[in-house]
Design a protein around this ligand. Structure first.
Ligand code: EPZ
Length: 419
């Protein structure tokens, strides 16, 4: 078993390099199914989730080469044959469900285990299935599996009841080879959607409007391989921005896109953190006295739910009262219980958390309850008095490359140990 051990109190300094966005690379790897050739993903983050979705592609005979030396993933799908990933693999990582759209587009049929929920919520897929049905697929659910089949996909107008990131991506990938035009209304506008559309257009797709709430896809006959460098991970960058604030340090974060960080920059600025963009870096100085803020998570360009836990850790250390409202997932406050073990003063009422800052958090044994909660507990440990030990690291390793070494490189007293 492994745990991360943090001794709080160190100031951070220097600079840290941000990896490519996990939530961009996962749908892009799924989309490579649509090409009849070879796709190269450069600067790919070597993450557990990336390895899992590559395993999923191997079940359909994609030829995958993970070049860890050069952070590249080369996927050849010219010799794809129909296959169905095991339920166990799909349940291991729900983003595996993103292969459904490409598989229906490529083979006219697909059967896959229902991805199931996770700690943060039930994670339904009704909007994905509504999109496939609108494109002409016969969709059925039974015995824990979902099955879709169609002679051919026909473009259609689809309205999403909620701007779901995954549903927008899955429907977009199904529509690129459909006959005619598809319009997705109330689409998710996250930067990762735009990045996926850029990748698909480089393969020969015809997509406009990605990054807005209305996406238009004109079906084409086939797609070819391409090379793509994914966008930086705005959530990893945000995590390090909060690290500077919670340790009252000044650091440089290299590999950022200011546009993608706007909601995080706005909230940290409101707290009194000073932030300065220099090209594709941001210099964050958290040394001033900070004040609490209220946060409401919203679909992009609102405040990202994936930054909610990190901000809760910060608010625990700032004098005064901050209120967080989590509107995206129904159960994404599990980190509050762990922070309370560290002496935090947090009251949860449904989707609202009221945080009273305390003088100082105290080191404790805690567990990561989901990917971002794990990161938030490291942040809390950086500022806490004494030693914090974080268990269940597999959550963190799904979404952060080498997180402890990145913090160590900034001067944190942090180790990953086996026990
Ligand atoms: C993506 O998940 C991200 N994952 C999540 O990041 C992120 O938190 C989430 O988008 C929101 O931004 C990846 O991109 C791999 P959604 P996704 O569909 O696509 C409801 C992380 O930390 N919904 O936008 O699953 C759903 O219940 C992860 O990196 C339906 O009701 O999110 C939820 O309340 C965690 N029906 C809301 O939409 C559906 O068919 C947002 O879900 C689909 C979703």
């Amino acid at each position: 078993m492994e745990k991360i051990v943090v001794k709080g109190g160190n100031k951070l300094s220097g600079s840290v390099n941000i990896s490519a966005a996990k939530n961009s690379v996962l749908p892009i790897i799924a989309a490579s199914i649509l090409s009849g050739g070879k796709c190269v993903i450069k600067n790919a983050p070597m993450l557990e989730d990336v390895f899992v979705i590559n395993e999923v592609l191997k079940t359909v005979s994609a030829d995958i080469n993970i070049d860890k030396e050069n952070n590249r993933i080369i996927i050849d799908t010219s010799k794809l044959s129909y296959g169905e990933p095991s339920g166990e693999l799909v349940r291991k990582m729900r983003a595996s469900f993103l292969v459904m759209g490409p598989m229906i587009a490529r083979f006219g049929r697909f059967k896959i285990s229902l991805p199931g929920g996770c700690n943060i919520g039930t994670r339904p897929i009704d909007l994905h299935l509504k999109g496939f049905t609108a494109l002409g697929a016969d969709v059925s659910i039974g015995h824990g599996y979902v099955e879709a089949s169609t002679r051919k996909l026909i473009g259609n107008k689809i309205y999403l009841d909620f701007p779901s990131v995954g549903a927008t991506e899955n429907i977009m990938m199904a529509a690129v080879l459909a006959e005619g035009e598809t319009i997705i209304e109330n689409a998710a506008a996250e930067p990762e959607i735009e990045d996926l559309a850029r990748f698909l257009n480089a393969m020969g797709a015809e997509i406009t409007g990605a990054g807005t709430d209305t996406i238009k896809i004109t079906g084409v006959k086939n797609l070819k391989g391409t090379t793509h460098k994914p966008i930086y991970d705005r959530i990893e960058a945000g995590t390090f921005m909060v690290a500077a604030a919670i340790t009252k340090s000044k650091i440089r974060i290299c590999g950022v896109n200011e546009e993608h960080l706007k909601p995080i920059i706005a909230k940290l600025t409101e707290m009194g953190v000073s932030l300065e963009i220099e090209g594709d870096s941001i210099i964050v100085d958290g040394s001033r006295e900070l004040r609490p803020v209220d946060i409401k998570t919203m679909p992009y360009p609102g405040f990202p739910t994936d930054m909610q836990a990190q901000m809760m850790s910060l608010l625990c250390t700032v004098k005064g009262t901050g209120v967080i409202t989590e509107t995206i997932f129904e159960n994404r406050f599990m980190h509050a219980q762990e922070l309370k073990r560290m002496g935090a003063n947090i009251k949860i009422d449904g989707r609202t958390a009221v945080i009273e800052g305390v003088e100082r958090l105290s080191g404790s044994e805690v567990k990561a309850t989901d990917l971002r909660a794990g990161a938030a507990l490291i942040l809390a440990g950086l500022s806490a008095e004494g030693i914090t030990e974080i268990g269940d690291l597999y959550h963190i390793d799904r979404g952060y490359v080498n997180i402890e070494n990145k913090f160590k490189g900034l001067g944190a007293d942090i180790e990953r140990i086996n026990y």
